[in-house]
Write a protein that binds this ligand. Structure first.
Ligand code: ADP
Length: 591
């Protein structure tokens, strides 16, 4: 049975936040300082209301000009100091944001790179890209207005107490208004959460569609599919716009509601104050000062309406990141330094399936590939040949059974070690933008020119490269698009040969090669097969005739297997076809 989907990301399991603690470590001291400075900023916020109150009570009615100047000097000094520490806080928060950016970006990149291939394939690439937006959301929340808001809110309580002291008849207005703000914030958070989730999902779908369309641009042009796919694009595009509109509409509604509530509170404060002044229970100075302080109280609560949404989004982002950081990684550490293996590959009753509930792609397969020699693998499309090669590299873990390399379970080796020991040339060779040299030496950037030329010569691409005006420095374009399929294939072969791995796996490599190149490749492989283990998935007689052993796969099982001289006549000489042949009891394919 295949393993359960490792990416059930909407898990309700309590997640470990160890990753977040690690990520926040470099930013923690900066954040602490910024929050401390915020306390001073809040205390300085009292300066202007105190100034107004004092001017009304001690200056206006008693003509105290000298008191006014003294108060003015005091308040100007406070405002200057306020400006300086606000600037300092901005710089501190920028530094915090930078540190979180660096450490979270690095941790997330390392985490995603260390995930097993099966996990990465289980989700569209857009999903993985969006995690970096989640990281940005976390960064913004911890270093932006939401963090500052957290220090402002407790001060609201202090300001309410001061208002109670200077203007008791108006304080009830705030005691009614503040819970209303909190309720609106919570409702806004809840309503925005669904809208933001919808917008995010629609965005991922649209981006995935777009990147697939761009990758397949040659096919789209060749088949003139522009019109055919336009409706699908327009549907996705319209969906994204519609959801963005819903989200935008709700954002506006809540921010307008916040503004209205703020103004209503001011109106209520002034009305209650005016009534109290008429009743001689309050002075004008106290009313003005308490209105100012009231605005300082309401300000953060009004921001809370907008920020509660950020907070809810950040929680969602953290949940997704929790799930990703909890995923099991490929083995990256080696416990001991192992010597180069001989290259014996053993499959012990191995089964593997991509999806639960579907028949296994590799079905209870047992065999041994003994070094040195070349094994040819044949079989119909979809019978599991590529999957088998991926299991030989430890890229997919068996659902049951074991894959052994030189008698040791392949799962114990690190990805780095396996990549060095098992060279792989896939059916669709992916090259990176850059030069030919960079692409051949991508697995070992310190490779000497001689090593690179030797690998290119073995792969039969050296002659072509030295004929180019820029030689090995030729830029090959995005994904190697300036090269032909055959040239890409040969560069991929050179890339695999550069490390001289004891095991070399080639998947339908001759598909893009001309006859001459195929013969040259056969000669290279025959030479290498003297002291390497080579497994080649192929249907061309040229390569098959160079194999020592041949294995025919059918629906993930060995249909035929044995020495090439026995199997080849059965494959090409009118003998039963692989699917009709009786399975061999032992998949022994020793060379
Ligand atoms: P072959 O190389 O023999 O043509 P593969 O090993 O590529 O066959 O595929 C074997 C089967 O596994 C096919 O039925 C294919 O549909 C399925 N398969 C291959 N890759 C995946 C994948 N990433 N996810 C789900 N199914 C897959």
């Amino acid at each position: 049975m295949p393993a359960p989907d490792p990416l059930s990301l909407d898990t309700d399991k309590p997640a470990s936040r160890k990753w977040l603690r690690e990520v926040m470590k470099p930013a923690r001291s900066g954040l602490r300082e910024a929050l401390l400075v915020s306390l001073f900023i809040n205390l300085l916020a009292l300066a202007v209301p105190i100034f107004v109150l004092q001017v009304y009570t001690r200056v206006v009615f008693s003509h105290g000009i000298s008191t006014l100047y003294a108060l003015l000097i005091g308040v100007l000094a406070a405002l200057f100091f306020d400006f300086i520490i606000r600037q300092a806080r901005s710089r501190m928060l920028q530094r915090v944001a930078l540190r979180i950016d660096v450490s979270l970006g690095r941790s997330l990149y390392n985490k995603i790179s260390a995930l097993p291939l099966r996990t990465l394939e289980g989700r569209p690439s857009g999903f993985w890209q969006t995690l970096f937006r989640d990281a940005e959301m976390v960064r913004n929340t911890f270093s932006g207005s939401t963090a500052v808001l957290l220090t402002d809110l407790p001060f609201a309580v202090l300001f309410v107490v001061i208002i109670y002291i200077i203007a008791p008849p108006v304080v009830w207005v705030l005691l009614v208004a503040l819970p209303i703000f909190v309720i609106v914030s919570i409702i806004s958070g809840k309503m925005m959460q669904t809208a933001t989730k919808g917008e995010r999902e629609a965005g991922i779908g649209r981006d995935a569609f777009l990147s697939e369309m761009l990758q397949g641009r040659a096919t789209i042009k060749a088949l003139a599919l522009e019109r055919t796919i336009r409706p699908a694009w327009e549907e996705k595009h319209a969906d994204t716009i519609e959801r963005a509109l819903v989200r935008g509409g709700r954002t506006d509604m809540f921010s307008n509601l916040g503004m209205t509530l703020t103004m209503l509170t001011t109106v209520a404060l002034v009305t209650a104050g005016a009534l109290a002044i008429i009743d001689l229970k309050l002075t004008i100075g106290s009313l003005i000062a308490s209105t100012m302080l009231g605005n300082r109280v309401i300000g953060p609560f009004n921001q809370l309406v907008g920020n509660w949404r950020n907070y809810a989004n950040c929680r969602q982002a953290l949940k997704r990141l929790d799930a990703v950081f909890a995923l099991e990684e490929d083995r990256t550490e080696r416990s001991v330094q192992l010597k180069r293996p001989e290259g014996r590959l053993t499959f012990e009753a191995v089964s593997f399936g991509y999806e639960e509930g579907r028949p296994p792609v590799i079905d209870n397969l047992s065999m041994e590939v003994k070094p040195p020699g070349m094994l040819g693998v044949v079989g119909r499309n979809g019978c599991g040949k590529t999957t088998l090669l991926k299991m030989m590299q430890g890229l997919y873990a068996p659902t049951s059974g074991r894959v052994l390399l030189d008698g040791g379970d392949i799962s114990q080796f690190s990805r780095q070690d396996l990549a060095g020991w098992v060279g792989y040339v896939p059916q669709e060779c992916f090259l990176f933008a850059g030069t030919i040299r960079e692409n051949i030496a991508i697995t070992n950037s310190e490779a000497s020119d001689e090593e690179i030329v030797a690998a290119a010569t073995l792969a039969g691409v050296h002659e072509y490269v030295i004929d180019l005006p820029d030689g090995y420095g030729t830029e090959i374009g995005e994904a190697g698009s300036r090269l032909s399929g055959g040239q890409r294939q040969r560069i991929a072969i050179a890339r695999a040969l550069l490390l001289d791995p004891p095991i070399l796996l080639l998947d339908e490599v001759s598909g893009n090669l001309d006859m001459q190149a195929e013969i040259a490749l056969r000669d290279t492989l025959s030479e290498l097969a003297r002291d390497h283990t080579i497994v080649v998935v192929t249907h061309t007689p040229v390569l098959l005739h160079a194999c020592n052993n041949i294995m025919a796969l059918d629906k993930g099982r060995i249909a035929m297997g044995g020495p090439a001289q026995e199997i080849l006549p059965r494959l090409f000489g009118g003998a039963p076809r692989p699917a009709e042949a009786a399975p061999v009891a032992s998949g022994e394919t020793s060379s």
